[in-house]
Design a binder for this molecule. Sequence first.
Ligand SMILES: [Ca+2]
Length: 155
Amino acid sequence: MKKCLLSSIMILLLVACGVPKEEFAKLEKDVEYLRKEVDEISKKIELMESVGVFAQLERTIQTEKAVRTMEDMRTMGEAMEIYQIDFAVYPDNIDQLHPDYMREPPKFDAWDNEFVYKVSSDKQNYELISKGPDGKLDTEDDIVFSDGQFTKYPK
Ligand SMILES: [Ca+2]
């Protein structure tokens, strides 16, 4: 359907541009050649879909994002521990790490969602949470760093 439409538009454009007949025939061959190429590429894409290339690529992207997020969380966690040594409590919020404990505490995880930071009322325990790929809190894919270690993360 799309190919038919494309050919029709092409022919109309050529006629409108006043292309000579012999040129027209050559261009028609080129269009036919390109159409075959497009068919070949479409078949290859279908094959890639069928063997799960795109699903694998998506998994790789998600893994890379999780790794990046966990690195940021660990760095923040280390800064929290140093803060705790200095003040005997954990900070009220991530911003308090700036500038003495972290030059720029990251606000967002690799999925562009804000980190969630929870500290206990006595400030002796904390949880640093990434909402994970689904962007929702308290779901299976959350990444949690609590009191110096990861307590929940993708396997
Ligand atoms: Ca989640």
